[in-house]
Write a protein that binds this ligand. Structure first.
Ligand code: TYM
Length: 341
């Protein structure tokens, strides 16, 4: 059976981009057709300036949103990254296979490091090595497919490169994974800055729809979305990025094709209204289920405990094999020591 792994980072409240670009497909398709693991990658949230209490809060919230989005612990494994030591164990070994130049070429590193320096802050070393930890997340589970939005494709490519390089140097150990993207909405853009991705840790709040936004807040944000000059409603990503983003969001929510949907409109106002209502409807069941789960924190904790236990058992043999292959001495088992005495 195909093994699928993906994750979400608790650095901010989850957005419509996270939902349409990743989580929705995990719930609707991936968990049914594969042996799937979905992870709240809390170690990754420590790579930028952070508040410990907020990371804890957002990690709990992300876990319950994954369940609210429809992940079913009977069908897939849901867990928190830091509960499974194998991620950090494998990450170090992969750092010994990755190169400094390769890390510095990562687009997200370049962008985030530049932003951090502009603010006068310092760049954490873990921001540079982040993609190696992400590769460890993926490779520890013998993952075949990694369903992600477009922004993560380069990181999954790195995981592929590291798997191939490790296997060539030290013998076949890792499955070589590949990224998969949703057909539409693989890159939902900020409603106020259609040239930038709708990212949860960005500063431009009015352009970001959070999955837990009240319906009226969603409506307001969509109605105020920046559109391009020009009157006709046409789907053209390069020339009319604001409009294209709205059409893609509508397509993702209603199941149509952006270019075909455009034909039904002759004014931006009517399109925005329909987009707003479509988004409100897509998020409605998720918000409702999330409220129910908030009233039952014991359930979410139980899911995470069981998930971590399952994940540990899945990752351990591969990570042990990588340790042996790269030349680390296996610990002497107690039984052997006792027998030798
Ligand atoms: P993160 O937390 O930024 O995003 C989680 C998922 O949501 C997708 N996504 C989007 N898709 C479309 N449009 C957007 N505007 C948008 N914003 C986010 C992301 O592509 C992602 O699929 N590094 C990862 C987390 C991670 C991971 C992993 C993922 C760590 N280890 C191993 C897969 C496998 C990240 O920061 O995702």
């Amino acid at each position: 059976m195909t093994r699928v792994f993906s994750g979400v980072k608790p650095t901010g409240h989850l957005t419509l981009g996270n939902y349409l670009g990743a989580m929705r497909q995990w719930a609707a398709e991936d968990q049914h057709r594969s042996d799937a693991l979905f992870c709240v990658v809390d170690l990754h949230a420590l790579t930028v300036d952070h508040d410990p209490a907020r990371v804890r809060r957002l990690s709990r919230q992300a876990a319950s949103l994954l369940l609210a989005a429809g992940l079913d612990p009977e069908l897939c494994t849901v867990f928190v990254q830091s509960h499974v030591d194998e991620h950090a164990r494998l990450s170090y070994v992969l750092e010994c296979v990755a190169t400094d130049g390769e890390m510095r070429r990562m687009i997200q590193y370049k962008e985030k490091a530049a932003r951090e320096r502009e603010r006068g802050g310092s760049v954490r070393l873990s921001l540079l090595t982040y993609p190696v930890l992400m590769a460890a997340d993926i490779l520890a589970y013998g993952t075949d497919e990694v369903p992600v939005g477009h922004d993560q494709t380069q990181h999954v490519e790195l995981a592929r490169d590291l798997a191939v390089r490790f296997n060539q140097r030290y013998g076949h150990t890792f499955v070589v994974p590949k990224a998969t993207n949703p057909a539409v909405a693989a890159r939902v853009m900020n409603l106020q800055e259609p040239a930038s991705k709708m990212g949860k840790s960005d500063d431009v709040g009015p352009g970001i729809v959070y999955v837990l936004d009240e319906p009226d807040v969603v409506r307001k944000k969509v109605m105020r979305a920046v559109t391009d000059s020009g009157r006709e409603v046409v789907y053209d990503r390069a020339a009319r990025p604001g409009l294209a983003n709205l059409l893609e969001i509508l397509a993702a929510c209603t199941g149509g094709e952006p270019a075909e949907l455009a034909e039904a409109y002759d004014a931006y106002g009517a399109l925005k209204k329909d987009v707003a209502e479509a988004v409100v409807e897509v998020l409605r069941p998720l918000r409702k289920r999330h409220q129910e789960l908030c009233a039952d924190p014991g359930y979410v904790e139980g899911v995470l405990r069981d998930g971590a236990e399952k994940a540990r058992a899945m990752a351990r043999p591969t990570v042990d094999a990588a340790y042996r292959a790269i030349g680390l001495l296996p610990p002497v088992a107690d039984t052997v020591v006792n027998a030798a005495r």
